[in-house]
Design a protein around this ligand. Structure first.
Ligand SMILES: [Fe+2]
Length: 109
């Protein structure tokens, strides 16, 4: 589908690459809270993907490309499922982080 949307393709590609680069840098910052930060970053990234697929669905429908919209809807459902999975883990991950912090446990690298 993106081959038919050249302008949107380059803009979306740059947005994804730029965002991915930021997430890569965040994921590799050495800190004892990196698992918690990664959890938050992953949750944020899933919602960025959800927004991107919703935009792709709107583009596909506007351009009369039902197959593209269907493919984007399938991907959207996967991203929403992953976001829900992560959502359930934010509080437990935070509590585990605080318990480890209180116990003086540090991350090994
Ligand atoms: Fe995702």
């Amino acid at each position: 589908m993106l081959h038919t949307l050249d302008e949107q393709h380059s803009a979306l590609k740059e947005a994804f690459l730029g965002f991915g680069g930021n997430m890569h840098a965040l994921a590799h910052s050495a800190a004892s809270d990196e698992i918690l930060k990664n959890t938050l970053a992953n949750f944020m990234f899933e919602h960025f993907e959800i927004a991107a697929y919703k935009s792709l669905i709107a583009m596909s429908e506007f351009l009369g490309h039902p197959a593209g919209a269907a493919a984007a809807r399938a991907s959207l459902q996967e991203e929403e499922a992953m976001a829900a999975w992560l959502d359930e883990r934010i509080a437990p991950t935070t509590i585990t982080f605080l318990e480890r912090l209180k116990a003086g446990v540090t991350a090994d690298h």
